[in-house]
Design a protein around this ligand. Structure first.
Ligand code: FES
Ligand code: FES
Length: 222
């Protein structure tokens, strides 16, 4: 009590002293110069705009049709989390750099923070909630549990959605940036998986176990 009273008194003293210094300085300078301050007109400040245009958009999320009326500036990530209340998809950087927000759009993996919801009229979105259920996990979800492919788990929904997309890309012959030799190898190499998963950051550093989990589900042991 007395301590906080002292602290408060000290802060008040400092503020009063500071204010007095400003007043004194201004008075001195005014006395010396006697020059009227130029009149400066303030630039017009644009009104804070919180009211963007609304637009209707419908999409299929995890097999169910969902209809929204959204501010056109709403990202797909925010539509999923804030409007569809599917909070499994995580917001990390919100700038396309961490992969935490990865979902599947018509089977292809995307960063949902980098696209606007209104651009996805009629599209089909799969989030981590749509891959499996607690009593019936997706193979990759089970493999992540088995191989300890996570610690805090924040990146995990994005990692798993991305891994689903990676395995589909490999099956479809979508090239990666690894060498042609690695691409042609009969077994999926850890290097190729690391390259394909490089957009998904894990701050806990669970990378080795994540690669083990994906390798197991890929069915071709590295
Ligand atoms: S939150 Fe989308 S990439 Fe980081
Ligand atoms: S498990 Fe914590 S960030 Fe990946």
């Amino acid at each position: 009590m007395s301590r906080s009273g002292n602290v408060e008194a000290t802060r008040r003293d400092v503020l009063v002293a500071g204010a007095m210094t400003v007043v004194a300085t201004g008075a001195t300078s005014n006395a010396k110069a006697q020059v009227p301050a130029p009149s400066v007109s303030k630039p017009a400040v644009p009104a804070a705009s919180g009211d963007g245009a609304l637009s209707k958009v419908s999409m299929t999320i995890n097999g169910s049709r969902r209809d929204f009326e959204l501010d056109t500036r709403t990202t797909l990530l925010d539509a999923l989390r804030e409007h569809a209340l599917l909070t499994g998809t995580k917001k990390g950087c919100d700038h396309g750099q961490c992969g935490a927000c990865t979902v599947l759009l018509d089977g292809r993996r995307i960063n949902s923070c980098l696209t606007l919801a209104v651009m996805h009229e009629g599209d089909s979105v799969t989030t981590i909630e749509g891959l499996g259920r607690p009593d019936h996990l997706h193979d990759l979800q089970s493999a992540f549990v088995k191989h300890d492919g996570y610690q805090c788990g924040y990146c995990t929904p994005g990692q798993i959605c991305s891994a689903v997309g990676v395995l589909a890309e490999i099956r479809a012959g979508v090239p990666s940036h690894v060498s042609a030799d690695l691409m042609a190898a009969p077994q999926i190499s850890p290097e190729e998986l690391r390259e394909r998963m490089s957009g998904n950051i894990c701050r806990c550093g669970a990378y080795c176990n994540i690669i083990d989990a994906i390798t197991e589900v890929a069915g071709r042991k590295a």
